[in-house]
Design a protein around this ligand. Structure first.
Ligand SMILES: O=P(O)(O)O[C@H]1O[C@H](CO)[C@@H](O)[C@H]1O
Ligand SMILES: O=c1cc[nH]c(=O)[nH]1
Length: 238
């Protein structure tokens, strides 16, 4: 049965799904990296494609921005039979350790968002990546000689509420950067017994409207996507 938002039939979506927020990134990934990529949905601009990478069937499905949209997409992908969800996003760096376009592999996401709060009925919870996805991503990054950070990120709702002071406070608690979907993807995946992960490329410093130059960010995004696809190949069949 087709889902309400991800208009696809069971079988259209692969077991392994990469999740960018941005539909243009979804198209770029499908066109650049997947063989035989076919568009299975464009409903609401949430573009979804399925193809193969090194012989492994992979989908790339846009989440849109923010946890409400990401939670809908993750829920519907679970209903469509997905087993591995890996966000491939951008993030605002919270600490000078994280440089423009750096790869950050999340271990967990501080849930500063309303969606996970509602799903959990306000109960305390730590939305975390699956160990095997983190391990596969780290191994892929090492194998591809891609420098990377591994650790905690924060998921938030209000992009423009964050300030450099807020970033410093959370950096002192170990947070590497902020983004807007990982906590929901981790929680929805856990509720369905799926594996989840989140890889990001740093697009700016928190509170700084200056983005990393386009070509520098695009190269960081491509490094991130290649690492995510390397992880998928390693996870396939496990
Ligand atoms: O680049 P994406 O994957 O959209 O991720 C980040 O960018 C958007 C904000 O600019 C939010 O979705 C945030 O999580
Ligand atoms: O959520 C996000 C994503 C990228 N950059 C930010 O500053 N915040």
């Amino acid at each position: 049965m087709s889902q309400i938002h991800v208009r696809a039939q069971p079988g259209d979506v692969a077991e392994h799904v990469l999740l960018p927020g941005d539909p243009n990134r979804a198209r770029h990934i499908a066109e650049t990296y997947l063989e035989g990529a076919a568009l299975y949905t464009e409903h609401r601009g949430l573009l979804g494609f399925t193809g193969t990478y090194q012989g492994v069937r992979v989908s790339v499905q846009t989440t849109g921005m923010g946890c409400p949209s990401a939670a809908i997409v993750a829920e519907e992908l679970a209903r469509l039979g997905a087993k591995t969800l890996i966000r491939v996003g951008t993030l605002g760096g919270a600490t000078p350790q994280v440089n423009p376009a750096d790869l950050v592999i999340a271990t967990a996401a501080v849930p500063n968002d309303g969606t996970t709060r509602q799903l959990l009925g306000g109960a305390p919870y730590a939305p975390a990546a699956s160990f095997e996805v983190v391990e596969a991503a780290v191994q892929a990054a090492r194998a591809q000689a891609v420098p990377h950070h591994v650790g905690l990120i924060m998921t938030e709702d209000a992009f423009y509420a964050s300030t450099p002071e807020h970033a410093r406070l959370w950096a002192a608690r170990g947070v590497l950067g902020f983004e807007m979907e990982a906590s929901a993807v981790f929680l929805v995946a856990a509720l369905h017994g799926l594996r989840a992960g989140c890889l990001t490329a740093c697009s700016n410093d928190i509170g700084d409207p200056q983005l990393v130059p386009d070509e520098v960010l695009a190269a960081g995004v491509d490094r991130m996507v290649r690492v995510a696809l390397g992880a998928v190949v390693a996870l396939d069949g496990r």
